[in-house]
Design a protein around this ligand. Structure first.
Ligand code: HEC
Ligand code: HEC
Length: 314
């Protein structure tokens, strides 16, 4: 009998937890909420996502329990936010390049109800930081607040990406003028905007692929159809094999390991030579060496500047 009551009690308890009660009785197992990890073994399986309109299950945090807001206000808040705040705090509010912090994790934004805590920060700024006073109408601050709370309400984890289409990263942040100067100083010994790199940005319109292409010298570049031209014969590594007799064999390097070296010749034939230690000697020349040497001296700023410049080569 005793056992039986226990089972019923457990079942009732289970129901209460499944219903999302905020204050389970003291005898309840520790709540499984908190960090978005999988529930411990034996815990209630969380209800299927999408239940009740919450992608992360029933409301668990105060941030998930705000009353719904007029979509028109949300849309207005989104517009003002992206235009005025997004550059620093990130288009998705998770922080940005200019030092604006992650507003989805901000305690101040979490505690804010209707813009009353956000408003003073926006209007007065934070002295000594990049958060300068910004003139934004009260109604717009309320709308921004509603928009940020809306993002927080949909968030699955603290600081997790807000729902919606992935944000397009803009990597064309550099200064094309500075990039042109850098190019003249460091790249023009081997390349020319008027010759081999002419129309490069038409061939590789995606800035991310363009950056991968030029940084790697063309050996690593996104999908093939993305404008990567086949490596020219002149840019392939070559090897010179020298025998103890002084005889030399030279060709395009196909393979090199501790035991064998294979070189290909202009007539389409190839020769594989056995190696024992350093005999015969193999000297490899890679035309990309000079290009690769740049990687050790490139700064992030140089890289962005050069990419911005190359993106103008249309
Ligand atoms: C030029 C960059 C910049 C812009 C534009 C900007 N912010 Fe900020 N914001 C910051 C920085 C930097 C901080 C951190 C200040 C600090 O260290 O206390 C900050 C802090 C905040 C904080 C305080 C968060 C906290 O937890 O302390 C809020 C709220 C905030 N910004 C909201 C906004 C809103 C809303 C807008 C648009 C109307 C906006 N910011 C525009 C740079 C910016
Ligand atoms: C010492 C010579 C050298 C220097 C200096 C050099 N590169 Fe290269 N780069 C090469 C070689 C060789 C290739 C391979 C060319 C090929 O595959 O036809 C290459 C490939 C490239 C490619 C890919 C070309 C394509 O059409 O697919 C780009 C873009 C490029 N380099 C940009 C740069 C930039 C920008 C700099 C300066 C920051 C630079 N390179 C500096 C030698 C150099």
């Amino acid at each position: 009998m005793k056992l039986r009551t226990g089972v019923i009690a457990a079942a009732v308890l289970g129901l209460t937890i499944a219903a999302g009660a905020q204050q389970p009785p003291a005898t309840a197992p520790p709540p499984t909420e908190g960090h978005g990890g999988p529930p411990p073994p034996g815990a209630q399986t969380p209800p299927a996502p999408s239940q009740g309109g919450f992608p992360q299950g029933p409301p668990r945090f105060p941030a998930h329990q705000r009353p719904p807001v007029d979509p028109a206000v949300l849309e207005r808040g989104r517009g003002v936010y992206v235009g005025v705040c997004g550059a620093c705090h990130g288009v998705d509010a998770r922080g940005g390049q200019l030092g604006g912090l992650n507003l989805l994790r901000s305690q101040l934004v979490l505690n804010d109800q209707d813009g009353e805590l956000i408003s003073p920060v926006v209007k007065n700024g934070r002295p000594g930081t990049l958060m300068l006073p910004i003139a934004v109408a009260d109604a717009d601050i309320t709308a921004i607040a509603a928009y940020l709370h809306g993002l927080q309400a949909q968030g699955t984890n603290q600081g997790g990406p807000p729902p919606g289409p992935p944000v397009e990263l803009n990597i064309l942040l550099g200064d094309a003028g500075a990039g042109e100067k850098y190019f003249a100083a460091r790249c023009s010994t081997c390349h020319s905007a008027a010759a081999d790199l002419q129309g490069l940005a038409n061939r590789v319109p995606d800035p991310k692929m363009l950056q991968n292409l030029w940084v790697s010298g063309g050996r690593v570049a996104g999908p093939r159809r993305g404008g990567r031209r086949p490596p020219s014969a002149s840019s392939a590594p070559t090897a010179t094999v020298t025998f103890p007799s002084g005889e030399k064999v030279e060709g395009r390097l196909l393979r090199l390991d501790d035991f064998l070296v294979t070189v290909a010749f202009a007539d389409g034939t190839a020769r594989t030579i056995r190696r024992e230690g350093e005999v015969p000697t193999v000297e490899v020349k890679d035309p990309l060496d000079g290009h690769r040497d740049l990687l050790s001296i490139l700064t992030d700023a140089n890289m962005h500047d050069v990419t911005a410049y190359l993106a103008t080569l249309k």
